[in-house]
Design a protein around this ligand. Structure first.
Ligand code: HEC
Length: 255
């Protein structure tokens, strides 16, 4: 049985193409991964590349320019990814400044990229292109609430011994929107919630509340213990300080 499993799993490990690995092996010697836009500006526009001594544009620069300059930036992502892949394929095998999509003031600091012909396979180009296209700069910490669905939240709450916070909301509810844009976007509130709670958002114009939970107005915040019991139901929109107090109280009631 064990041998069979290994037989089934192994091909993935060997053949699944990892775009990030291709980048590290074939591009990273010249292209750095990420440098914040302001630092890049300073480096290229004011310091003549003497601040960073870059050998090539960074991946965050490439990702930004490729998405902006190739295909339709507002169109279908799958189609644009194909167009970007075909541009990268063509450029890295036949580099030519006439085809450049980078800013001339940036390119002025570099020699034309040497061709990678014979040094990279088509699947590798495809994988690395996808990785570049979906490249996300590193984030310091979650600054927004990460809502998950109720079923998932119940499972997670048990494991993490956290309280589920269900926000009952509607898209046409003025106070819901107001609270989402102020209190629920405040970094202090976000980190207080993410630390001890698992946030779930239910739009009651689209779906009903799970587990026979009740609500009378929107927004309402329902706090549910990891064993499934309702701890508190808090109707209304709240300012930051008051909402932080509510969170503390709910924790006191739960533990
Ligand atoms: C030996 C150094 C080197 C390596 C390795 C390298 N590049 Fe480049 N690349 C450059 C330089 C320098 C430029 C800027 C000059 C230019 O555009 O030709 C560049 C530019 C680019 C551009 C932008 C073209 C433009 O001008 O608009 C893309 C896209 C690109 N590289 C992709 C890659 C990918 C993908 C890899 C890895 C598979 C890679 N490069 C590997 C040096 C390199």
């Amino acid at each position: 049985m064990r041998g069979l499993w290994i037989g089934l799993i192994l091909p993935w490990v060997i053949f699944a193409m990892d775009g990030e690995r291709v980048y590290e092996q074939k591009c990273a010697s010249c292209h750095q991964r990420y440098i914040p836009a302001e630092t890049l500006m300073k480096n290229f526009m004011e310091q003549n590349n003497r601040l960073l001594h870059l050998k090539a544009p960074t991946i965050n620069q490439l990702a930004y320019r490729l998405k902006q300059r190739i295909g339709d930036p507002k169109g279908d992502k799958e189609i644009q990814l194909m167009e970007v892949t075909s541009f990268i394929h063509d450029y890295i095998l036949e580099p030519d400044r006439a085809k450049s999509i980078c800013v001339p003031e940036v390119l002025a600091h570099f020699e034309t990229m040497p061709s990678l012909k014979g040094k990279i396979r088509d699947e590798e180009i495809e994988a690395v292109s996808e990785w570049i296209y979906f490249y996300m700069p590193p984030t310091k910490e979650a600054k927004v609430l990460k809502f998950i669905d109720f079923k998932e939240a119940k499972a997670l709450a048990k494991v993490q011994k956290k309280i589920i916070m269900v926000e009952v909301t509607r898209p046409t509810c003025h106070y819901c929107i107001k609270m989402e844009r102020t209190t629920l976007s405040d970094p202090e509130v976000v980190s207080a919630i993410m630390k001890d709670f698992i946030p779930v958002r239910v739009d009651v114009s689209q779906e009903s509340l799970p587990d026979d939970l009740e609500w009378r107005m929107t927004p309402t915040f329902l706090f549910i213990d990891y064993d499934g019991t309702l701890i508190k139901s808090i109707p209304g929109a709240w300012m930051k300080e008051d909402f932080l107090k509510i969170l503390e109280e709910v924790k006191g009631d739960a533990w």
